[in-house]
Structure formats: structure tokens, C-alpha cells
Design a protein around this ligand. Structure first.
Ligand code: FMN
Length: 213
């Protein structure tokens, strides 16, 4: 029986750090078996809102743990409900995941939450990987990662695995921009020592998820 892994790319850039990590994850997953289907959804390509507080998911007798609001996110949320594995990826903006990733997570997680007993129940539990990329270093960064959404994910889907790429190249050519706060030399050195390993870690995580589903 084919298994489906859904990758949600919450970054705007189609070829940079977050996209590259997610692409490697997909390659790793697909390397395991032709029976693994990997679908990447790019949030910045979709026209959607965060939770509209319509409360349709909490109507008595018709409560739903899948968001009822209809827009471009609807088929994605329905597909995740049936999936076998979920990967979320985001660059860190001002210490947080992107606004579009946060808006997506509101739509994913609010229907999981019961206001009767505060339990969190997804349609299906599944392995989850959370990817972050950022300028910060392991010992000095401002990332709050997936923040309070991580508790919802852990409770409803399962304990996520984290993949973090630190000190990424923000632009290809540092000479072209007002970025004097960064030493390109230090960035290059970090990239030479870490970037291939970060990509390999993403590939390996993809393989592990595909083997587990
Ligand atoms: C609007 C904006 C805000 C950012 N804020 C942070 C930040 O608070 N902390 C950090 O470590 N990096 C920050 N960065 C850097 C990005 O997280 C980093 O370059 C990331 O790898 C970009 O991902 P991408 O290459 O997939 O676009 C910011 C970048 C942008 C564009």
C-alpha cells in the first residue's frame, strides 16, 4: 500500500535554504521505495487565511477535527488528515516561524482542540519533522521555533523530530547588499563545514520517516 508524506514549505524562496532542506528530505524519503509518495506544498503559492474563528469546527453534533473554512488550504488540510507523515519547514523571521506557517498551523490545530475538555485530537497520529533555517548560531540564536504550536503537534500527532540549519547564507553575494553585520568569510567557513551535513541530515531524516511509515 503506497504511503504519503506531505511536506509543507512555509518559506517564500523556492531555491534557498529551507527549500533545499525540504528537497533533500523528499529525496531521502523517495530513495526508500517507489511506494513512498512525497508531496510538497508551498504555502506562499496558496491564497488562504489563518483561523477565521468561524467556530464551524465546534458546532454541537457536527464538531470536526479538520477545518471547515473553505479556501485554498482546504484540500491541503484534508490531505494531511489522511497522510502517513508530515514535515513542516520555515525560515525564522524575527525569532518565529513565518506568518504564513503560523496561519497554516492555526487552521491545522484549532479543530484538534476540544473546548469541552481541552484535549487535542488529530484525525490520525503520524511522524512529524520540524525544519528551521536561520542566521543564528547554535549557541546564539533568537529562535522560538514552532513555539506553542509545538505542544499541539506533539500532543495530537506525536513527538516531532527537529532539523535546524544554523548560520545560513541569506544571499548569494554579500558584497551586493548592506549586510555589514555579517562577515561573509565567517559565513563561508560555517557553510563549508556545516551545509552539506545539514542537507545530509535532512536526507537521512527523510529516509528514516519513509522507513517508519
Ligand atoms: C524578514 C526576515 C527576518 C529574519 N529574522 C531572523 C531572525 O530573527 N533570526 C535569525 O536567525 N534569522 C533571521 N532571518 C534570516 C533567515 O531566517 C535565514 O536567512 C533563513 O535561512 C532564510 O531561509 P530561506 O533561505 O529559505 O529563505 C530573517 C530573514 C528575514 C527575511
Amino acid at each position: 500500500m503506497p504511503k504519503k508524506i506531505i511536506i509543507i514549505d512555509g518559506g517564500p524562496r523556492k531555491t534557498f535554504n529551507t527549500a533545499a532542506m525540504l528537497q533533500k528530505f523528499a529525496e531521502g524519503a523517495k530513495s526508500v521505495s517507489v511506494d513512498i509518495e512525497v508531496k510538497t506544498v508551498r504555502l506562499y503559492d496558496l491564497d488562504y487565511k489563518g483561523c477565521m474563528s468561524c467556530m464551524a469546527c465546534k458546532v454541537k453534533g457536527r464538531a470536526s477535527n479538520i477545518c471547515k473554512f473553505k479556501d485554498a488550504l482546504t484540500p491541503v488540510l484534508e490531505e494531511i488528515a489522511q497522510a502517513d507523515g508530515l514535515v513542516l519547514g520555515s525560515p525564522i523571521y524575527f525569532g518565529q516561524i513565518t506568518g504564513l506557517m503560523q496561519a497554516f498551523l492555526e487552521r491545522l490545530a484549532f479543530p484538534w482542540l476540544s473546548y469541552n475538555d481541552y484535549s487535542l485530537t488529530a484525525p490520525k497520529r503520524m511522524p512529524v519533522v520540524l525544519v528551521e533555517t536561520m542566521n543564528g548560531l547554535p549557541e546564539r540564536n533568537n529562535s522560538q521555533g514552532y513555539g506553542s504550536m509545538e505542544y499541539c503537534i506533539t500532543t495530537a500527532l506525536g513527538e516531532p523530530q527537529h532539523l535546524i540549519a544554523y548560520n545560513t547564507y541569506q544571499v548569494k553575494n554579500y558584497d551586493r547588499y548592506e549586510l555589514a553585520g555579517f562577515s561573509e568569510e565567517a559565513k563561508r567557513q560555517w557553510r563549508d563545514e556545516h551545509w552539506e551535513q545539514d542537507l545530509q541530515a535532512a536526507f537521512d531524516a527523510g529516509r528514516r520517516m519513509a522507513e517508519a511509515v
